[in-house]
Design a protein around this ligand. Structure first.
Ligand SMILES: Nc1nc2c(ncn2[C@@H]2O[C@H](COP(=O)(O)OP(=O)(O)OP(=O)(O)O)[C@@H](O)[C@H]2O)c(=O)[nH]1
Ligand SMILES: [Mg+2]
Length: 307
């Protein structure tokens, strides 16, 4: 976690889901631009932080200290997309895209993350990023019958780290048969109801967005289609959530620091335990040796006095 975590004025929102759930498509739909790489195979290959800028521009820093900045986002293909073996580039330190958008202009940062459940390195990166964000947007795939168990495992992980602000986006409803929509929607509602966390009562934690139709509608400027895709409602509610949570951001962040500090403490204690046992054993052996010497010959007693 960054040492300036508590003082960072940006409100950070990250998307979270297994690969191919439409995380990048959702963010693109919000931005109204195909800025972030999207594809059918595992795609996003690092944390891409989207910040406000008048024009679209990408800056990549690598571990040799170099920084490459280019207009547009084409260089993401080189630095921020998984290779044919679904591996990330190890030399990339940070990737930032600047983009014009009213949410970003307010100081929001959107973070596109790699998908989980494919490679361990990506999982590790995603989880290390999640503990630094103020709101987690969990994307659900309506075509997969998600169980409460699957989703609440993540929720437990978040809660154990003091992360209580997350919302759900139900994607791919546009690909379901009409008769299945009702059941999936009701399942998602009950799941979101069980996992409300700390959002204000008057704010929903579940949004239906058809990410790809939303992106297409946004790019065409088709307001009716955008409305139908759910992206407009999602966007305006995201705005409300940010307005509502931003003033008390320290109350979101401090519990996380405390939870993480506690976890680190417990980890360190667990690591110290074998050493502690070894020291105790050595102490016990020494005491036993001393006792033996006490009961022994005068030569032993002389050694004892020296001990
Ligand atoms: N039909 C349909 N396709 C979608 C929708 N949302 C996303 N897709 C497609 O699903 C595929 C995966 O989308 P991405 O946005 O790259 O998924 P992701 O979760 O970012 O994937 P990773 O970066 O690999 O973790 C792309 O081919 C998108 O075009 C949707 O609502 N409807
Ligand atoms: Mg992606």
């Amino acid at each position: 976690m960054h040492p300036e975590y508590l003082g960072n004025p940006a409100f950070r929102i990250a998307v979270f889901a297994p690969f191919n759930h439409g995380k990048s498509t959702l963010l693109n739909a919000l931005l109204g631009n195909r800025a972030l790489p999207i594809a059918l195979r595992p795609t996003t290959g690092t944390a891409i932080v989207v910040k406000y800028g008048k024009n679209i521009k990408t800056c990549v820093r690598t571990n040799d200290g170099a920084e490459v900045c280019e207009n547009g986002t084409d260089i993401l293909k080189k630095f921020a997309v998984l290779d044919g073996d679904r591996c990330m580039r190890e030399d990339v330190v940070s990737v930032e895209v600047s983009c014009p958008h009213s949410l970003l202009a307010k100081g929001v940062e959107l973070i596109d993350l790699p998908g989980t459940d494919d490679m361990e390195a990506q999982n590790h990166l995603v989880y290390s990023q999640l503990i630094t964000v103020d709101l987690v947007v969990q994307v659900l795939d309506a075509r997969k019958l998600f169980t409460l168990g699957e989703v609440s495992k993540l929720q437990d992980w978040l809660m154990n780290r003091g992360i209580t602000t997350s919302i759900f986006v139900l994607n791919f409803m546009n690909l379901l048969e009409i008769e299945d929509c009702k059941e999936v929607a009701s399942r998602a509602r009950s799941l979101a109801g069980e996992l409300r966390g700390d959002l204000p009562n008057n704010m929903s934690n579940l949004y239906r967005v058809d990410a790809l139709p939303a992106l297409r509608a946004r790019m065409k400027g088709d307001v009716a289609a955008a409305n139908q895709s759910g992206i407009l409602l999602f966007e305006s509610n995201l705005d409300r959530i940010v307005d509502n949570l931003s003033p008390g951001i320290e109350y979101i962040r401090l519990p996380r620091l405390l939870a993480i500090r506690e976890q680190l403490k417990q980890n360190l204690l667990a690591q110290a335990q074998p050493l502690e046992t070894e020291v105790q054993n050595a102490d016990r052996d020494r005491q036993a040796a001393i006792e033996r010497l006490r009961g022994g010959s005068s030569k032993s007693r002389m050694l004892l006095r020296l001990a």
